[in-house]
Design a protein around this ligand. Structure first.
Ligand SMILES: Nc1nc2c(ncn2[C@@H]2O[C@H](COP(=O)(O)OP(=O)(O)OP(=O)(O)O)[C@@H](O)[C@H]2O)c(=O)[nH]1
Ligand SMILES: [Mg+2]
Length: 453
């Protein structure tokens, strides 16, 4: 970690501005040797923007702004410099070459954030959150990741850890002062406190699972009989002609998946083959995929053709969906009669959404319905955490250890055994925030970041 690294922090495209980052002990020396300050300024005051030009020997490469961050008040916690040049990849390459020639190494993906973690600027939950802020595909995920960057998950975990450490200390007291006349913790008291700890752990785990689910996006299948307008519905929601639409029933054979943001939440819409009860041949293969999706997805959008009205195929589909949440969408209402719409509404016993994939009528009502579903399913979604598999597995393991500790308390095991069970919980939960971190773990976490972050 004593070497100095550099990387472009912006993508290699033509743009008004590009940023190059340098971090490490040589940052200032390197910058001073390639950057000529304008005017009479001689040295860099930290956090001030300086205008000047970058030179390769006597060749001027570009006009730039340079900011120096003195350690530890920088992103990585080391001395850092950011160079803002014009956003042309040729310029960026030339500047990078000048810097590298001065014994600076190109950073690996995520190396700036890794250094920030190693210098104690953030824990792993916050570091992971940064990656999510960059990669998020919905407003919800960005907002949640920002909260986490500000310590929401870290604080929740530290809270629990504090409770476990206190409990362990009380139990160790019972070991140390076993012969003294000092009041020691009762098994009832320990049992109650352990139950509360397990509750909190379970809650964090649930919130992480919700977050994981939502950041992957909610899978929503668009289901209906052939020709009902499923592909037209998908295109309407995407606002472009993604799927082939035609008046020949059986147009869609394969599942087509596209993501849209509905009220800030990522939804993965899956257009399916029209379900026909007596399908055979190739049509049957497509229909079987539709059946499978009905089982797998979180929500179904059931497209009903308002012109044909409900048919035996619709009845068949409703039977298939009987245990699943679905939103009925009465499509083609631009060409259907009021009467036929009313008959469908009566028959399905709930108000279907009056829709037209052709004109876009009903999109806001549909979005409301999807959002209501997400809110009802994931009541805690605003308080969820963005967790990856590693964190979730560690939390599951902590919960298992916590239950073991509870068991030892319940059967009044020796205090030493309870204390050691509690230490297992403390160690495992500490790994979530990165208190105990092995190089391999760090490599796998930070290699998923982009270069320059
Ligand atoms: N007027 C009108 N026509 C529509 C509407 N939605 C779909 N259509 C027409 O209905 C026909 C079938 O539309 P598709 O979107 O291909 O239907 P589908 O359900 O995907 O059909 P399959 O893939 O064959 O199962 C096409 O001719 C569309 O133009 C609508 O809201 N209004
Ligand atoms: Mg289709």
């Amino acid at each position: 970690m004593d070497d100095t690294i550099c990387a472009p922090a912006t993508p290699p495209v033509h743009s008004p501005i590009a940023i190059i980052r340098i971090s490490g002990p040589d940052s200032l020396r390197v910058t001073s040797s390639i950057f000529r300050l304008q005017g009479h300024t001689r040295e860099f005051i930290p956090r001030y923007a300086y205008y000047g030009s970058i030179h390769d020997n006597n060749e001027e490469i570009d006009d730039c702004i340079v900011i120096y961050y003195k350690r530890p008040q920088s992103y990585t916690g080391e001395d850092m410099v950011e160079i803002f040049c014009h956003g042309n990849p040729i310029i960026v390459n030339k500047i990078m070459n000048c810097i590298i020639a001065l014994n600076v190494r190109i950073a690996e993906p995520g190396e700036f954030t890794r250094r920030a973690f190693l210098h104690g600027k953030m824990d792993l939950t916050e570091a992971e959150a940064i990656n999510h802020i960059i990669a998020a595909r919905s407003e919800w995920e960005i907002a949640t990741a920002i909260q986490q960057k500000h310590g929401s998950l870290k604080n929740a975990i530290n809270d629990i850890k504090h409770n476990i450490i206190e409990l362990k200390a009380d139990i160790e007291c019972a070991i140390d002062f076993v012969d003294d006349d000092i009041e020691i913790i009762s098994f009832e008291n320990a049992h109650q406190r352990m139950l509360a700890i397990i509750d909190k752990l379970q809650e964090i785990l649930n919130r992480c699972r919700i977050g994981q689910h939502l950041s992957h996006g909610i899978d929503i299948a668009i289901v209906g009989k052939p020709n009902a307008g499923k592909s037209s519905f998908l295109n309407c929601m995407l606002n472009h002609e993604r799927a082939i639409v035609s008046d020949t029933p059986g147009t869609t054979r394969d599942v087509i998946k596209e993501s849209v943001s509905i009220k800030g939440m990522q939804c993965n819409l899956l257009d399916t083959a029209g379900i026909h009860e007596y399908a055979d041949g190739i049509e049957l293969l497509g229909v079987q995929r539709s059946y499978k999706l009905i089982d797998e997805v979180s929500l179904i959008i059931f497209i009903i053709d308002a012109v044909t009205g409900l048919t035996s195929d619709d009845e068949h589909i409703m039977k298939l969906m009987s245990n699943k949440p679905f939103i009925p969408v009465i499509n083609k209402t631009d060409i259907a009669t009021q009467e036929s719409i009313a008959i469908i509404q009566d028959a399905i016993g709930q108000k279907g959404i009056v829709f037209s994939a052709k004109t876009g009528y009903g999109v806001p009502a549909l979005e409301d319905a999807v959002y209501q579903f997400i809110r009802s399913q994931y009541v805690e979604y605003k308080n969820s955490f963005i967790a990856d598999i590693r964190m979730i597995q560690l939390l599951e393991q902590s919960l298992e250890y916590a239950r073991e500790a509870l068991h030892h308390i319940a059967i009044s095991s020796p205090h030493e055994i309870i204390a050691s069970a509690l230490q297992n919980v403390i160690d495992t939960i500490g790994a979530v925030t990165g208190e105990i971190s092995v190089d391999d773990v760090l490599n796998s976490i930070f290699s998923r970041f982009c270069i320059g972050k």
